[in-house]
Design a binder for this molecule. Sequence first.
Ligand code: TYC
Length: 100
Amino acid sequence: MANGTTLKPKSTTKLERPKLYKVILFNDDYTPREFVTLVLKVVFRIGEDAGYRVMMTAHKLGSCVVVVCAKDIAETKVSEAMDLAKEAGFPLMFKAEPEE
Ligand code: TYC
């Protein structure tokens, strides 16, 4: 161009938006409610009140989405949460699943 700047050619390759993953909490008959709320607080940084509501939703409906985030973060959180449950001897279950 006259002022010395150059124009970038338009790129034709489209960047795919990275897929988001949901972390799902599942109900079981053995894990204490307080422990579920504690795990949500420590691992997912969800406050007491919101954590209690997520836990009660899973308790009543069978499952509840905890967060939606990038795949690696979702998988790390799932294994951190399930490690804590395993250490404490509870069958608490989380899963990371791609969003539709
Ligand atoms: N159902 C459990 C109980 O009554 C509590 C619980 C809630 C466990 C939610 C898991 O994801 C869960 N002790």
